[in-house]
Design a protein. Structure first.
Length: 333
């Protein structure tokens, strides 16, 4: 099949550190190539891929502050749609905007819905229910007003992560610094358990970071590392005694959760969103409701078999599994 993969253009594909949608577009594109398909990746010009790369935006608008996000996105999407006739399938990882072209082209389009930024965007998805071919990334993230082809879990390149049987003592928070992600809660869990905490991620809410995170980052028990990507990500995740994921929203998936488990690291997460689909309670981690329950679970980490964490992540959340699931959808179309 000739497949066009439409990636976002906020960040490079694959991202240097943060950019989960771009990461999934990359993992899928490379997986489809490995399966023998003719793949064209529409992404920023500095993207790295084994596919044919088509680009009209030099780099991600998050990485070039002189760029206008809406202009870049408009140019990027239309650049693919003007070439839609070249492809058998278009796979949209770009949210709702490309749907507005779906009745103007003949090429069928699959849209992976990576989450809903607001209820205000639902009417767009509803309008294209008949043409969108929607795929959810977890059952928890399905909207009752939309029609879905399937649920396909995000897939990780397993070769990028190494199993670590002998962790260190530190707890890890890995994600964007934002109230939704519960960075401050992770700090409280570490303080209650007297464990060191490493915090890694981009600062998405400056005021929250300044008021709720930075005052606790003493460089000794609580350390803020900034964004961590590349091979260092596997080491950081694998050496952790546990990943803390105290989310305050219904998260559609949670890449760091699957990545940590792939390294053998159990996850202590608030029981919201897709967490029950990712974590098997008391087998690959703990599903809790507050900081006190989370702190108690830190004391029970020895009951988790790190091999079980790796086995679950490898079976359910690999790029190979994700690619195979998407190919089944393409074939039925």
């Amino acid at each position: 099949m000739k497949i066009a993969v439409l990636s976002p253009v906020a960040w490079r594909t694959p991202p240097r550190h943060y950019g989960p949608w771009e990461q999934m577009a990359s993992n899928l594109a490379e997986g489809l190539i490995a399966a023998g398909h003719d793949v064209t990746l529409f992404a920023t010009a500095d993207s790295v891929t084994g596919a044919q790369l088509e680009a009209i935006c030099p780099q991600g608008w998050e990485e070039d502050k002189t760029a206008d996000a809406k202009v870049n996105e408009c140019m990027h999407i239309s650049y693919l749609m003007e070439q839609a006739h070249r492809f058998d399938i278009i796979h949209n990882h770009f949210d709702f905007l490309p749907l507005t072209y779906s009745r103007l082209i003949r090429t069928p389009m699959v849209t992976t819905i990576h989450g809903f930024s607001s209820e205000k965007i639902i009417p767009v998805y509803q309008r294209y229910n008949d043409a969108g071919q929607y795929v959810s990334i977890s059952n928890a993230d399905r909207h009752p007003e939309l029609r879905y082809r399937a649920t396909v879990y995000n897939g990780i390149n397993t070769a990028d992560f190494t199993f670590e049987p002998s962790p260190q003592e530190y707890l890890l928070y890995y994600g964007r610094i934002h109230p939704d992600k519960g960075t401050h809660d992770a700090i409280q869990i570490a303080l209650h358990t007297r464990r060191p905490l490493l915090i890694a991620g981009i600062v998405q809410d400056e005021a929250y970071f300044r008021e709720m995170v930075q005052p606790y980052a003493d460089g000794e028990q609580i350390k803020y590392l900034g964004a961590v990507g590349g091979s260092a990500r596997s080491t950081l995740l694998g050496k952790a005694a546990a990943l803390l994921h105290p989310i305050h929203f219904n998260e559609p998936f949670g890449l760091s959760v699957a990545e940590a488990m792939l390294c053998g690291t159990p996850v202590i997460a608030y029981n919201r969103g897709a967490m029950p689909e990712l974590i098997t309670d008391r087998i690959t981690g703990f599903l809790v409701n507050n900081t006190h329950e989370a702190a108690a679970c830190v004391e029970d980490l020895s009951c988790i078999d790190r091999h079980a964490c790796t086995a679950r992540a490898s079976t359910h959340f690999s790029a190979t599994r994700m690619t195979a699931d998407y190919l089944e959808i393409y074939k039925t179309m």
